[in-house]
Write a protein that binds this ligand. Structure first.
Ligand code: NAP
Ligand code: G4F
Length: 331
């Protein structure tokens, strides 16, 4: 009988960490998740929702803790999802963003090298479409691919680009099975309310239930290639099951503005004109914006057999209906 596969996930308390834990559990993995902080407020929720995950106290900024995590979990696969992941916040705390989102990747890669002399561990790095920057001069018509040029527009994007290159460098230098998934925005019922989609669907549900009367947002014209997070973690897993380590874009191949998201979300509660309910607040605008993101997932579709299942209207509906159910319990 073959050995049960073990996976170590950083960012277990985050959106993708939850989806990935559920997926790997279905596939029969033994799962270890890194949790940071002496009193992480999400600890109890993770224990109750994912009782099959063994939590390990560690931090991406503390390499000794990552070495101990590797020694405890002895994983076959490491998914590095932990990061300061909010683009707007990265402008306010750029040094911390660098320590966690850039140097944290190096800390994790070195922890693997130091604890895996046989070089058998497979490593997934959570790279991002933010590395492309979305500027007009650098926007391929059919969308960004694995070969497109990078031009990050935030401390987050710059930090992620370091993580992307150091992953590639470890693959080339040490023959590690280390890959980057260049993922475009993915959302869903586990998305943090600090991100625009969940902020909108949460507010829309509360407006419907009479719990609030408007929502304050920043710029409404930027466009994103929005997919469903549950589909994207399947792509991460597939990348680590290949014969050769390669980087892949995961995207839907469609782009929509925040205004389009508002249209569909408000229609879901029977409101045709959302403008009276939305106020613009400069506090939510960024020093530099990523105008338009559109990904071309052809390589992932061809080589991984991966394709997103949930489309844009399906995603908005799923999120609004989820938030209506959650918020109505509070009345
Ligand atoms: P998320 O919900 O913001 O989760 C981020 C995770 O990182 C949380 O579990 C957080 O823990 C953890 N973390 C933060 N600082 C840490 C530290 N010092 N040490 C260890 N862990 C730390 O992000 P997500 O949406 O799941 O995204 C997962 C990964 O994919 C991130 O790296 C993100 O940058 C990247 N990505 C996301 C998208 C997207 O659209 N969602 C697209 C492309 C790439 P706490 O709960 O303790 O804060
Ligand atoms: O939801 P967002 O904060 O996501 P953003 O900046 O695209 O980043 C997300 O996707 C990346 C992949 O492309 C990930 F790497 C990253 O970790 C994260 O998951 O903002 C989306 C757009 C931006 O143009 C922002 O300026 O919405 C705009 N926006 C307008 N009002 C707002 C708001 N964003 C937020 N968070 N809050 C607002 O009130």
């Amino acid at each position: 009988m073959s050995e049960v596969k073990r996976a170590l996930i950083t960012g277990i308390t985050g959106q993708d960490g939850g989806h990935l834990a559920a997926l790997l559990h279905e596939k029969g993995y033994e799962i270890y998740g890194i949790i940071r902080g002496q009193h992480n407020p999400k600890r109890e929720a993770v224990i109750s929702e994912f009782p099959y995950v063994t939590l390990i106290d560690a931090d991406l900024t503390d390499q000794s803790s990552l070495i101990r995590a590797m020694q405890t979990a002895r994983p076959h696969e490491v998914y590095n999802l932990g990061a300061i992941s909010h683009v707007g916040y990265s402008f306010k705390d750029p040094m911390l963003t660098n320590d966690v989102t850039a140097k944290g990747v190096l800390n994790m890669l070195e922890a693997i090298r130091l604890t895996d002399p046989e070089n058998t561990v497979r490593f997934y790095q959570a790279s991002t479409s933010e590395m492309f920057g979305g500027l007009e001069y650098n926007r391929p018509e059919k969308g960004y691919t694995e070969e497109s040029a990078f031009h990050p527009r935030s401390p987050y994007g710059v930090a992620k680009l370091y993580g992307h290159w150091i992953t590639q460098n470890y693959r080339e230098s040490y023959d590690m099975f280390a890959v980057s998934g260049i993922l475009f925005n993915h959302e869903g019922d586990r998305r943090g309310v600090e991100f625009v989609t969940r902020k909108i669907t949460n507010a829309v549900a509360r407006i419907k239930l009479g719990l609030q009367d408007h929502i304050e947002l920043g710029d409404l014209w930027p466009k994103r290639d929005w997919g469903y997070a549950g589909d994207y973690v399947e792509g991460m897993w597939r990348m680590l099951q290949q014969d050769q380590p390669k980087d892949y874009v995961l995207a839907t191949g469609e782009t929509h503005s925040i205004e389009e998201f508002l249209d569909l979300a408000f229609k879901e509660i029977g409101i045709e004109d959302w403008k009276p309910y939305v106020k613009q607040n400069p506090a939510f605008m960024r020093p530099a914006e990523v105008d338009l993101l559109l990904g071309d997932p052809t390589k992932a579709e061809t080589e991984l057999g991966w394709k997103r299942k949930v489309d844009f209207p399906g995603l908005v509906k799923l999120m609004v209906q989820h938030d209506l159910a959650v918020e109505s319990k509070k009345i």
